[in-house]
Design a protein around this ligand. Structure first.
Ligand code: HEC
Length: 123
């Protein structure tokens, strides 16, 4: 009887150990989740980033710094003169954007770069 009792205690102990085991995503995969730059398009990827972070200050009626980014042609013009990447990457010589806000997420910047490297398709 005593033996059975200690066996049960032991069993309970092992079960308690088992329940302490946990999968913590950050510990298992310490790197940031990969940035998916496949299927980047103007309409689904780039425009929403610009619309959410830039057009409040850069639209036809309110073009801060004389820059409007409210449509494809205006955005491509900012790509061509270097100001789009210069400002969002916070490069020297450009006013860092979005103004007064934090830098865009690295992954968002990568997606915009991917679109630019593909030749700024209007897709
Ligand atoms: C809160 C308002 C605000 C937001 C949001 C904002 N901008 Fe600006 N932006 C400005 C102002 C004001 C200027 C004029 C220059 C200055 O004051 O720094 C400017 C200037 C610029 C210029 C010209 C910079 C130069 O050095 O010639 C570009 C390009 C630009 N912004 C792009 C962007 C992009 C891209 C975003 C979104 C990622 C963005 N801005 C978000 C206010 C804003």
């Amino acid at each position: 009887m005593r033996r059975l009792f200690s066996a049960l205690i032991l069993l309970a102990f092992f079960f308690s150990l088992h329940s302490c085991y946990y999968d913590n995503v950050e510990e298992l995969y310490p790197q940031a989740p990969a940035c998916d730059t496949t299927n980047v398009t103007y309409s689904v990827t780039v425009w929403p980033i610009i619309e959410n972070n830039c057009t409040s200050c850069h639209n036809a009626g309110f073009p801060s710094g004389n820059v409007s980014l409210s449509n494809y042609d205006e955005i491509v013009a900012a790509v061509k003169n270097g100001s789009l990447l210069g400002t969002i990457r916070h490069e020297n010589g450009w006013s860092p954007m979005p103004k007064g806000g934090g830098k865009l997420a690295d992954c968002d910047i990568k997606k915009i770069e991917t679109w630019i490297n593909a030749g700024t398709p209007n897709n």
